[in-house]
Design a protein around this ligand. Structure first.
Ligand code: PLP
Length: 356
């Protein structure tokens, strides 16, 4: 297999060690004589995997007592609705900060259940910055945030003070830097950005805040039901949970979340440094809100597009075409992307400068 530098925004790059263990498990898990994907989810080996996956989340993020970790299905897109359903009171109201496409979708789902107060938005400038200094009303059931805007390339660096419970979609920057879990009522996200493969969604929920809405909640959307069954109310997504567990073990072996943050900062400095230095490129977002996970940038001279695209393709770079709502390029630098891959991209950018 030739070396590909995978900058995909999601599903994301996973370390080769993880892929190799994952593929082995499909043939046979350990010495159990069965494939992971043909054994009962109630069997001892899988119950242990689920247990480990939960504990790894707790260890990596220093999750305090009083929180439950769940692995469910439906993606963060169902999480938009589940979060509202479990935290918005019957006839209630919630505050949302609108920082891009994913926040927009979260708002749309919450509106199906109650009033939504959009307390801040950067829509007027195509979401190229994170709104700050807004006030959160005290009469809302919760405040909803999107920590990292995968499409627009911005990240909340400092979470706002809030007197109401805070819910955060952390799909694309979970495990990329330390987070103070006790500041949140609920953290959720699709695994496929920085945790594992597509197919499972993590929820880290504060126990004492569940069951307070006065709503009738369908079992599959009810976090209390899933909590009472240890994420096994129905058949869990066994393979994505297992691969996520492997990915978390890889992170722990590498030095945990602080080491992930160190590497991510090094990658981000290298790429943003080149974007700022090289006159042929410019970033699309406010400098102070730049995401270390997803760097969005454009060519200053569109006529070089063909040449640049040919060059990065030839260098084995994959997945840097920008999202249609921003255009240009987006380099996603999730935990498993090595610094060397970013160097290859930077080399191509410099090569283009020499040629142009
Ligand atoms: C990708 C993404 C989603 C959607 O996740 P799915 O698991 O595909 O539903 C939601 N929020 C953010 C921030 C994302 O990056």
């Amino acid at each position: 297999m030739s070396k590909v530098h995978n900058f995909s925004a999601g599903p994301c790059i996973l370390p080769p060690e993880v892929l190799s263990k994952a593929s082995q498990s499909v043939i046979e898990l350990g010495n159990h004589g069965l494939s992971l994907i043909e054994m009962s989810h109630r069997s001892a080996p899988f119950v242990e995997i689920m247990e480990k996956a939960r504990n790894h989340v707790k260890e990596l993020l220093n999750v305090p007592d009083g929180y439950t970790v769940l692995f469910l299905q439906g993606g963060a897109s169902l999480g938009f609705y589940i979060s509202a359903m479990n935290f918005m009171k019957e006839g209630g109201k919630a505050a949302y900060v609108d920082t891009g496409s994913w926040s927009n979708k979260a708002i749309k789902e919450a509106k199906l259940l109650g009033d939504v107060d959009v307390v801040a938005s950067s829509e007027e400038s195509n979401f190229n910055y994170i709104p700050k200094g807004y006030t959160v009303p005290s009469d809302v059931d919760y405040l909803h945030l999107t920590s990292n805007n995968t499409i627009f390339g911005t990240q909340i660096k400092e979470f706002p003070q809030s007197s109401v419970p805070v819910i955060c979609d952390m799909s694309s920057d979970i495990f990329s830097k330390p987070v103070n879990v006790s500041d949140f009522a609920l953290i959720y996200g699709g695994a496929q950005k920085n945790m594992g493969p597509a197919g499972t969604t993590f929820y880290i929920v504060k126990d004492e805040l569940l069951g307070k809405t006065g709503r009738k909640i369908p079992s599959m959307l009810n976090l209390e039901v899933h909590k009472s069954k240890d994420s096994m109310f129905n058949t869990p997504p066994v393979f994505p949970v297992y691969v996520s567990m492997l990915m978390m073990e890889w992170m722990m072996e590498q030095g945990g979340v602080p080491e992930m943050e160190r590497r991510n900062n090094a990658k981000a400095e290298l790429l943003y440094g080149e974007i700022d230095r090289n006159p042929l490129f410019k970033g699309t977002t406010a400098v102070e809100d730049r995401s270390p996970m997803n760097a969005t940038f454009v060519l200053t001279n569109e006529s070089l597009k063909g040449e640049f695209d040919t060059m990065w393709n030839a260098a084995g770079i994959s997945g840097i075409k920008g999202h249609r709502s921003v255009g240009g390029y987006r380099a996603s630098m999730y935990n498993a992307l090595p610094l060397e891959s970013v160097q290859v991209l930077v080399d191509v950018m410099q090569e283009l400068e020499r040629k142009a």
